[in-house]
Design a protein around this ligand. Sequence first.
Ligand code: GRF
Length: 213
Amino acid sequence: MVAAGALISGAGTNLQAIIDRIADGRLACALRLVVSNRAGAPGLARAEAAGIPTQVVDHRNFARREDFDRAVVAMLREAGVELVLLAGFDRLITPVFLEAFPLRIMNIHPALLPSFKGLDAQRQALEYGVKVAGATVHFVDQDADHGPIIVQGAVAIGPEDGADDVRRRILAVEHEIYPLAIQLFAEGRLVVEGRRVIVRGPRPALPPPLIHR
Ligand code: GRF
């Protein structure tokens, strides 16, 4: 069982997928705290409905990113969090955060990294013309969308697809691979060797790549 905290800024569908997977007994994780930097984030209501404590920490109230990070780190520590889940969190984190939770911060990005880092990755992939897109769960390091890759899942892109189709299809994969990555962490099966994350033991039930149409 791993004690986790999630950072969100928006819809929180990944958070919901994690909540659901915990509820049905397939994810050995306790969500101790959900922090949003935006008061109106719909994900907050999802956390509240699941009985998870929430905090809003508005980044605009802090002069520097490091000050914001220090405040959030203190809350996560207070809540006994061991693993931090960035789940649609729209701020960059600083070394303050990384040093507090070394190799204990995960992020999900809606692209097959290292392709299409940054904003609107699904549209970037569509416009580039790739035939296979996807999502990545990775440990967070000092560079955005860069740290060691834990799980990836792939989707096919067809000629008729628009950005919304790609977004929806990738989101469905996100909802599978994020809980999977957390479960592997909870089982103590992730070993980081440089850039590579070795998964010890039997292959996961949903081995990548997952091709969804
Ligand atoms: C997801 O596409 C995730 O990959 C990206 O932000 C989006 C968050 O969606 N980092 P949600 O808030 O989990 O619905």
